[in-house]
Structures are given as structure tokens and as C-alpha cells.
Design a protein. Structure first.
Length: 338
């Protein structure tokens, strides 16, 4: 019977085909010196014929290096990804694990695959990929199946172990708060189009307006930067019908507030503003910013728990954990001007 037609071949299948013990196969895989060359060649031939791939996580346990977790993340100072990485490092340390971070300049197939290969060379017990952009999808399709893997902030439509924040729910909270203050509609300055977070926030903003029967104004496309918010603010400040704005992150809100101020508009007396992220500085903006908080601490601990379940063999395949955000009330929202 062809083992590959039924299941993935195991070490015992290699041993049977090569006519050796599974301990001998293990020695060959680990380049043990006490194996005759003829036996080594026979085992290698059996491995090639069966298409056997060693379970790297199990090998890490055997070699005593199972307390190392590999993280693949973009090399960025953006608040969300940087905070996620820091939170995961802390959660892993609390659980007694060391972390090896593979930073990449781009979240594309080549860069992620290279970082993963470097982690596998370190015999990591599992992998975490922080993948908030669509360009990471191809790389995630090619991940080795024999290594525990959890994706943070990836595509929620994928059937993989994933932990993410409910971005759409957060945007609905922000939009509903502004509508609840009496504003007829809410304008939105979006994040980059290839980010899942940005897409979720657009979805939540639109769905909240639709549910309320409010007009859906044109979306203002933006980036994650204060300069992007400033440019959007200069445009929106010239439109007297704009009384409420939801920005895709707090950095945009910072630039937006300056643009409104330069135009002589007061927040919240003339225009109400809500951001997203709850960066530490948000409480010190002028005025202090009402915003949506996502708990990176919860995301990190949930991601680590999923990974440890995979390592122990107790995980549910494709399990996903979605963390609910909260609205933080400050002073940037008021009833619309008469």
C-alpha cells in the first residue's frame, strides 16, 4: 500500500522500508556519527521514496530546545504591530519560553519564508507570524505542516489558527458613539487598503451607518501616519457638513486635530473626533481623544495558548480567537453644533 495515499508517512514507515529501527532513522535525521554509511544511504533513500518530512517540533523536544518560540514580524515602529510583538515576548517569558524574533522589511512570500527557515534551523518548538497585510497570504499557504503555527492579525477567512481583534466591532462602537451624540453621519479616514485592520474598520463604519439608516459619505483614503490625518483634515475642514470624523488610528487623529485647529474649528464644539488604538499619548492630545482600545495583552496570551495547545497535540484544527475591543471615552465627542 502506498502510505502517502492514506496519510503522511511516519518515521516507522521509513524504518520499515529501510529495514532498520526507528532509532536508527532518528540518528540519521540528527546526523549521529555512529551510523554506517551504507545504512545512512538506505535510510535517506527510504525518506526520499516516501516523501517523509520530520516533525520539527518533536525533534525540538528531543533535543531539549523546545522552550524557544520563533516570531516573524515586520520591522516597523507602527504602534499596533510593535505593541503586539512586545506583548507576545512578555507573555512567552511569563510562560517560561524564550523568543527568537525574525524581523522582515516586507511581509511577502520570500521574506517570510526566509525568516521561517532561519527559525527552523534554531529548532523552535513553534512559530508565530504577525501578518496584518494581504501580501502575507502566499507565504502562509506554504508554511510547513509539521510545525505548530499561530497567525496574529491575519486573514479571518483562512482556516488556520488565528488570533485577532474584532476590528469591525471596534469601528461600530466608534460610529455608534458619534451617531448617538446626535450627528447625522460620520466621515471616515481609512488606513492602507492592504491591511486587514483597515478593511475591518471600514466594514464596521459602513455597517453602523447602514443599520442606523444614516447617509454613508465618501471614505477618505489614508495611511497610518499623522501626516495622512493632517491632509485629510485640511480637506474635511473646508466642508461645513462635516461634524463627526472617525479616524482609522490615533496617529491620523493627531494630524487631523492640528488641521482642524489651523482652520479655526474647535474639537468637539464644531467637529467630534474618535480614533482607534488608544496609544499612550491619546489621553494627552488637545482635547484628550476618545478612541477604541484593543488589548494587545489579551491577543498575545490567547496566541500563546493556541500555540502551546498545538505543541502539546491538544489543539483544535483551525481554531480562531477574536478579542473584543472597548471604547475609551474622553473629551473629543460632543453634540453637533446647532
Amino acid at each position: 500500500m502506498d502510505v502517502r495515499s492514506v496519510r503522511s508517512p511516519a518515521m516507522t514507515d521509513v524504518a520499515k522500508l529501510a529495514g532498520v529501527s526507528h532509532q536508527t532513522v532518528s540518528r540519521v535525521l540528527n546526523d549521529h556519527p555512529n551510523v554506517r554509511e551504507q545504512t545512512r544511504l538506505r535510510v535517506r533513500a527510504a525518506i526520499a521514496e516516501l516523501g517523509y518530512r520530520p516533525n520539527r517540533a518533536a525533534r525540538a523536544l528531543v533535543t531539549g530546545r523546545s522552550q524557544l518560540i520563533g516570531i516573524v514580524a515586520q520591522n516597523t515602529t507602527l504602534y499596533g504591530p510593535a505593541s503586539l510583538l512586545a506583548a507576545f515576548e512578555q507573555a512567552a517569558a511569563e510562560a517560561g519560553f524564550a523568543v527568537s524574533v525574525g524581523s522582515v522589511n516586507r511581509l511577502d512570500r520570500e521574506s517570510i519564508a526566509g525568516a521561517v527557515d532561519r527559525h527552523l534551523d534554531q529548532r523552535v518548538a513553534g512559530l508565530v507570524v504577525i501578518a496584518p497585510v494581504a501580501s502575507a497570504d502566499d507565504a502562509l499557504e506554504g508554511m510547513p505542516e509539521d510545525v505548530p503555527l499561530v497567525t496574529i492579525d491575519g486573514d479571518p477567512a483562512r482556516s488556520q489558527a488565528l488570533v485577532t481583534v474584532d476590528q469591525a466591532a471596534g469601528a461600530r462602537l466608534a460610529t455608534q458613539r458619534l451617531l448617538g451624540a446626535g450627528h447625522r453621519t460620520v466621515w471616515h479616514v481609512s488606513g492602507p487598503p492592504d491591511w486587514y485592520d483597515a478593511a475591518g474598520r471600514i466594514e464596521g463604519w459602513r455597517s453602523a451607518l447602514q443599520a442606523a439608516g444614516a447617509e454613508i459619505p465618501p471614505m477618505v483614503a489614508g495611511q497610518w501616519s499623522p501626516s495622512s490625518g493632517y491632509d485629510a483634515g485640511r480637506m474635511l475642514a473646508r466642508m461645513p457638513e462635516v461634524t463627526a470624523i472617525f479616524t482609522a488610528n490615533d496617529a491620523q487623529a493627531l494630524g487631523l486635530l492640528r488641521a482642524l485647529n489651523e482652520r479655526g474649528l474647535r474639537v468637539p464644539a464644531d467637529v467630534s473626533v474618535i480614533g482607534f488604538d488608544d496609544v499612550p499619548e491619546a489621553a494627552y492630545y488637545i482635547p484628550p481623544l476618545t478612541t477604541v482600545r484593543q488589548s494587545f495583552h489579551e491577543v498575545a496570551h490567547a496566541g500563546l495558548e493556541l500555540l502551546l495547545q498545538q505543541i502539546s497535540g491538544s489543539a483544535t484544527e483551525g481554531e480562531q480567537v477574536v478579542i473584543a475591543p472597548t471604547l475609551v471615552e474622553r473629551a473629543s465627542v460632543a453634540e453637533p453644533r446647532a
